[in-house]
Design a protein around this ligand. Structure first.
Ligand SMILES: NC(=O)c1ccc[n+]([C@@H]2O[C@H](COP(=O)([O-])OP(=O)(O)OC[C@H]3O[C@@H](n4cnc5c(N)ncnc54)[C@H](OP(=O)(O)O)[C@@H]3O)[C@@H](O)[C@H]2O)c1
Length: 255
């Protein structure tokens, strides 16, 4: 049972806490303003930064990227070679984390998405090559508690971040548009939210369980000359696929 100390209790810190709460690991958190209230809310320990650093087997960096040097300056010398650092800091390289925490080789850079909160996350990771395979296996098992994990080259993290990291917002935008379409045509919002949620879950389950591709599913539903293909054609007339691809490009360009 690992002792996991989380530095930062914002959106991602809380998503990680919520995901790991369902495991048998011990959790504690520090953040300067909201940490104590968040710890109370999740019934975990609040520890001050230096206490948390010495208490933790695994220290998770879940603050804002620009705070790295301010925080590492305070705790880096207290870290020992048995401890592991997991970073979720967007845009901070593995080399930068290794430089900030030279006392340990056990360093894993990750890019989780917000769905870790409900243990359905997608998490890209890359580890310091000097980390022992035993330690890495333990960390992978810990991350698997939160969802699916993807070992990626660091150069692919930006693409992953744009698709899987920002993806929940894109899927939510798509879902909300379908809700709007139903409300426009007379169904109430709460009914539409249920219908659209089941629609998305059911469609993905269908694809996963039958092995049909997304594209083949479109043709399976589209009777030649029928109403579905008219709707799909309208989406393409308005550049639906191109718009989504350029939205992802925009996210990548600005990350
Ligand atoms: N949100 C996502 O979906 C997502 C996805 C992937 C990666 N990330 C990464 O996760 C990290 C956190 O993002 P977020 O969305 O959770 O941001 P956020 O909601 O703004 O939270 C930032 C957290 O940093 C804490 N903090 C501020 N100063 C600190 C200090 N001196 N020492 C320790 N903690 C401090 C804040 O504490 P107080 O609240 O107490 O002020 C707050 O809990 C970022 O590096 C981001 O790149 C986020």
């Amino acid at each position: 049972m690992a002792k996991i100390g989380i530095i930062g209790s914002g959106n991602m810190g809380q998503a990680l806490i919520n995901g790991w709460l369902k495991t048998s690991n011990q959790l504690a958190v520090y953040s300067p303003n909201h940490g104590e209230a968040i710890a109370n809310q999740y019934h975990i320990d609040f520890l001050h930064l230096l206490e948390l650093t010495s208490w933790s087997d695994i220290l998770v960096l879940a603050f804002l990227p620009q705070q790295l040097s301010k925080i590492s300056d305070q705790i880096s010398s207290k870290i020992n070679s048995n401890q592991t650092i997991i970073s979720v800091l967007g845009g901070i390289s593995l080399a930068q984390i290794m430089e900030a925490f030279p006392n340990t080789d056990n360093i894993v850079k990750t890019m989780p998405n917000t769905n870790v909160k409900v243990n359905k996350g997608e998490i890209a990771y890359i580890a310091n090559s000097k980390m022992s395979s035993k330690k890495l296996k333990d960390i992978c098992n810990l991350l698997k508690n939160l969802g699916d994990i993807f070992p990626l080259a660091e150069s692919d993290f930006e693409t992953f971040g744009a698709l899987a990291g920002s993806g929940p917002a894109i899927v939510a935008k798509f879902a909300e548009s379908l809700v709007l379409a139903g409300v426009k045509n007379g169904l109430d919002r709460s009914t539409m939210i249920k219908i659209v949620s089941k629609l998305i879950i059911g469609t993905i389950k269908n694809v996963q369980e039958t092995g049909i591709s997304f594209n083949d599913l479109i043709y399976q539903i589209s009777t030649p000359g029928g109403s579905t293909i008219r709707g799909i054609t309208e989406l393409e007339n308005d550049g639906f696929s191109g718009k989504l691809i350029s939205a992802c490009d925009k996210i990548m360009a600005s990350s």
